[in-house]
Design a protein around this ligand. Structure first.
Ligand code: HEC
Length: 255
């Protein structure tokens, strides 16, 4: 039965249960997933080292592009190489671990580059650098069937606009944050079985931290405002308070 992304977003229950199961049981299942993700992270880190120089000026900004996911074949005995049959089991826990590791790798990479760019050129230069270099990160992490991006309800770059599933995930995160859930644990995921169009979606909240308010906060310096006005005339990503939901990492796996 084909499903679309338009349905209700995965409610908080499953991811929360996973997180607590991990904590309460020693997390055998989750640990495997996470360590697999870490191994992948190391692989990506090696690949990324080739891009160290051009990325040196990258800051914590979203991807300017929305790269189409690649669809590499995954040979299995029961399904054509390029798709997952409805009968084939899919390890959602492992996929969530992989996605979580990729999201955290992206976060760390952007944070490191943000600090470097701010220190060397200041925030206005960092804004410009961001617009030029950001697509490299999304492209680099969007491999092996994965698409990695960031999105938000209030956008700086309209190219980062959320689709229906992402919008629902964002509003779910707002509610959970409002209900007092810890920001660092806000995630959700969903497997959409649809023959050759089967996809796995994962979302993790991005919460505004003090460093982010330089470019997304309530009192942005005039020089930064001028740069933002010039590069992002439709910018809605200002006025965020520390601790509020800035957006989310969105990861999609296709086969
Ligand atoms: C130096 C200025 C600067 C700082 C500091 C900064 N950002 Fe951004 N941010 C940008 C720019 C510029 C973009 C638009 C990138 C693009 O064109 O895709 C952006 C885009 C984003 C997006 C993608 C969604 C959108 O609105 O287009 C998210 C999410 C985001 N930033 C979160 C953060 C977080 C979280 C922090 C703090 C860790 C942060 N930013 C710090 C400049 C900044």
């Amino acid at each position: 039965m084909p499903r679309t992304f338009g349905g209700t977003v995965e409610t908080s229950s499953r991811p929360i249960m996973l997180v607590s199961a991990h904590r309460n049981t020693g997390g055998q299942v989750d640990e495997r997933a996470v360590s697999r993700g870490r191994r992948n992270g190391v692989k990506y880190a090696r690949r990324m080292s080739r891009f160290a120089l051009p990325l040196a000026v990258l800051i914590a900004c979203g991807s300017c592009s929305d790269p189409r996911p690649s669809r590499p074949g995954r040979p299995t005995p029961s399904a054509p190489a390029s798709s997952v049959s409805d009968a084939e089991p899919v390890d959602e826990i492992a996929l969530a671990g992989e996605a979580r590791a990729k999201a955290s790798e992206l976060a760390q990479r952007l944070q490191a580059q943000l600090q470097a760019a701010m220190a060397s050129g200041g925030p206005s230069a960092a804004v410009k650098a961001c617009q030029a270099v950001a697509p490299a990160v999304a492209a680099e992490l969007s491999r092996e069937g994965w698409t990695v991006r960031r999105t938000a309800t209030r956008l700086r770059n309209p190219a980062n606009a959320p689709d229906e599933w992402e919008r629902a995930a964002l509003s779910g995160f707002e509610q959970r944050l409002g209900a007092g859930e810890a920001a660092g644990e806000l995630e959700t995921f969903k497997l959409n079985r649809n023959g050759p169009n089967t996809s796995f979606r994962y979302a993790k909240a991005i919460v505004t931290r003090p460093v982010c308010t330089t470019c997304h906060g309530q009192a942005i310096a005039p020089a930064v405002v001028a740069t933002l006005d010039e590069l992002y005339p439709l910018d809605q990503a200002r006025g965020f308070a520390e601790g509020s939901l800035r957006g989310m990492f969105s990861l999609t796996k296709r086969w």
